[in-house]
Design a protein around this ligand. Structure first.
Ligand code: NAD
Ligand code: MG
Length: 394
């Protein structure tokens, strides 16, 4: 029986993973090792009971008493706090879903690789902050990382049986997010609610806003570079409002392989779950005659400064990814709290990168996890100062 852990089980990706496990037989078909969640302790406890998990861990220590009460008599062990989440990743499991949002997902995924797990990686922040370390760890431990981000799953599938040396370009598709048709000068006034109205995908709150600002695509450009080992200028972004092509790979003979399907994350999650096989999945089938047209347009860098910043981060390498991601998370917190405007997020991130420039160094290819976590911490402090200052000037 395959053993499975899910980090971030109560989130959007986590719930869809649980849905697939339940459809495939749940506790009868899988041995569920660890499930972790955040504030939604009730849902975490419910999942842990249904899937008969060995351990359930909530991120907040304050949730422990409730988790214990809810799981009393179930035989599920309970724990709380970031250290307990990382320890849960030390419990061997064959297949581990990394679906915590933000840099908090880095450590558990890293530790799961240590015991050679197959890591289904939704947490793109892991590759953005510590790509070289994560890839090296996977190789050292003979572990396998499977991308769950829809674009990267699409690219991965387009590359089956291909030589990566024959790849000329990778074309990431982007929906353009909730505000893609707004006039540029109106974006500064966009509210959280407006930025959350994603046209195609139902996702967690943070990634939905990152889609509107294209910070999500910026992370994905870096994720592509790190995961597939291609040069930065081989990674392109195109706006494709229908979100039916999930990404494309262009080869040196001019062929482009595109991956198509309904916008449903259970495809990419299910592909990683069943890899290298393909199994029946509960996703809608495309009716191409009904779809009729697919459209594309180049992204406007004035509208999406995050895409320009991603290029700078890739040129800097080293710890720039950790700084970029942390600054982006803090800028997003300030936007969510109403402190700064939608278009100010990129300004805060850019100013943070500049302020940290001397700490970032040039090509610091040898770094360890402690360096990454220290840069994450430092960048959060700088970004917070800058965001507060800008909120005051508003
Ligand atoms: P979400 O906000 O819906 O869920 C996040 C999960 O992480 C929840 O279980 C939450 O409780 C937990 N969590 C949050 N903060 C935590 C912390 N500090 N410590 C421990 N646990 C914490 O997020 P999501 O949309 O499911 O996204 C998860 C990851 O997958 C992100 O990295 C995101 O970029 C990526 N991703 C998501 C989608 C999608 O469709 N939702 C698509 C592609 C990639
Ligand atoms: Mg994606």
């Amino acid at each position: 029986m395959r053993s499975i852990s899910i980090f971030g089980a109560t989130g959007s990706i986590g719930e869809q993973t649980v849905d697939l496990l339940e459809r495939a037989g749940g506790a009868e078909a899988f041995r569920v090792v660890a499930l972790t969640g955040g504030r939604n302790v009730a849902r975490l406890a419910e999942m842990a009971r249904t899937l008969r998990a060995e351990v359930a861990v909530c991120a907040e220590p304050a949730g422990l008493a409730e988790l214990r009460d809810r799981l009393a008599g179930s035989g599920v062990a309970v724990a709380a706090g970031p250290a307990a989440i990382a320890e849960a990743a030390d419990r061997p499991a064959d297949w581990v879903m990394s679906a915590i949002v933000g840099a908090a997902g880095l450590l558990p995924g890293f530790r799961a690789l240590r015991h050679g797990a197959t890591l289904a990686l939704a947490n793109k922040e892991s590759l953005v902050t510590a790509g070289p370390l994560l890839m090296a760890e996977a190789q050292r431990r003979n572990a396998c990382i499977l991308p769950v981000d829809s674009e990267h799953s699409a690219i991965f599938q387009a590359l089956v049986g291909e030589d990566i040396g024959a790849v000329e370009r990778i074309i990431l598709t982007a929906s353009g997010g909730a505000l893609r048709d707004w006039p540029l000068d109106a974006l500064a006034r966009a509210t959280v609610k407006e930025a959350l109205a994603h046209p195609n995908w139902a996702m967690g709150q943070r990634i939905t806003i990152d889609s509107a600002s294209m910070f999500n695509k910026a992370l994905e450009v870096i994720e592509t570079r790190e995961f597939f080992g291609v040069a930065p200028d081989q990674v392109e972004v195109i706006i494709h409002p229908e979100s039916l092509i999930h990404s494309m790979v262009g080869f040196r003979d001019g062929a482009i392989m595109a991956h198509m399907g309904a916008p449903d994350m259970r495809h990419s999650i299910g592909y990683a779950l069943n890899w290298p096989d393909r199994a029946e999945l509960p996703v809608a089938r495309l009716d191409l005659a009904k779809v009729a047209t697919l459209t594309f347009r180049a992204p406007d860098l004035d509208r999406y400064p995050a895409l320009r910043l991603a290029r700078e981060v890739m040129a800097r390498r080293g710890l720039a990814g950790a700084a970029f991601n942390a600054a982006k998370e803090v800028a997003l917190d300030h936007f969510l709290a109403g402190g700064i405007g939608f278009m100010q997020m990129a300004g805060v991130v850019e100013a943070t990168l500049l302020a940290l420039d001397r700490d970032l160094g040039g090509d610091k290819s040898v770094m360890d996890l402690e360096d990454v976590l220290a840069m994450d911490h430092l960048a959060r402090i700088r970004a917070d100062e800058i965001a507060r200052q800008r909120a005051g000037e508003r």
